[in-house]
Design a protein around this ligand. Structure first.
Ligand code: SAM
Length: 237
């Protein structure tokens, strides 16, 4: 794609732009440039994206595109692209559509054969995997586990024998129960990594066998955002 540079108008299309998961230094120069050159910026929360734009002194017309209205807006956004518009899609943090809204508008563009371009950058899953020390040759991303304990245990049982690293997202409200369910289902010896607040001031890691990781986690207070990674059975650091 010839996207030009500087302040030229962007060619029509949907630009799927990754933004930082914490450290603002992780916004790529290309992403910054796209945000400033699009005709419309579809974002989850205009206040969150507004702060990012302010920090980079970029101005853009914003439209809130969230889980609740994404079905209705997918067609409208695709219409704008068909009429020659360049729309940038961002989420509050990380890569749009990865446990975040955006899938429906991308699918609509693909159905209509409209151009969709990735502007890659941070994603918590890949950031965590890359620094975990767990196998990276094969991995499975399962996003947020379901809210009910029985369903979470069932999910853990289903993927227990997967021959690669399994990656989950979890919030501070559920990480302690989820790790203790993993201990129950996968056993004390399973190697895991838990990355918290990656790229932020209070980033920290628990890496080792499940029994020790669960015990360490239970000793502190769960705060912030977590990525939980489970190594294949039989893998030890
Ligand atoms: N689209 C984002 C991405 O590409 O990573 C993920 C959005 S999802 C709504 C938010 C979840 O991602 C959090 O609950 C947490 O599990 C994970 N996450 C996001 N930022 C993180 C960070 N800095 N450290 C650890 N986990 C993070």
């Amino acid at each position: 794609m010839r996207e030009g540079s500087g302040s030229d108008k962007l060619p029509p299309g949907l630009y799927v732009v990754a933004t930082p998961i914490g450290n603002l230094g992780d916004l790529s120069p290309r992403a910054e440039n796209m945000l400033g050159r699009c005709d419309l910026l579809a974002c989850e929360d205009t206040r969150v994206t507004g702060k990012l734009l302010e920090r980079f002194a970029v101005s853009a017309k914003m439209l809130s595109y969230r889980e609740e209205n994404e079905r209705a807006l997918a067609n409208t956004l695709a219409d704008k692209i068909a009429a020659g518009g360049a729309i940038a899609l961002v989420s509050d943090a990380g890569t749009p559509t990865v446990s975040d809204p955006g899938f429906r508008v991308i699918r609509e563009c693909r159905r209509r054969n409209l151009p969709v371009y990735p502007v890659p950058g941070p994603s918590a899953a890949i950031a965590a995997l890359s620094a975990s020390g767990l196998p990276t040759n094969a991995f499975l991303f399962l996003g947020f586990p379901p809210p009910r304990s029985a369903a979470r245990k069932n999910l853990l049982r289903t993927w227990k024998e997967f021959a690669g690293t399994v990656i989950f997202y979890e919030s501070c409200h559920r990480i302690i129960p989820f790790v203790s369910e993993a201990l129950e289902e996968l056993g004390a010896d399973r190697t895991v990594a838990l990355g918290r607040e990656l790229t932020k001031l209070h980033e920290n890691w628990y890496v080792g066998q499940l029994a020790a990781v669960a015990e360490n986690l239970a000793q502190g207070q769960a705060r912030g955002e977590y990525v939980f990674l489970v190594a294949p059975a039989g893998f030890f650091l």
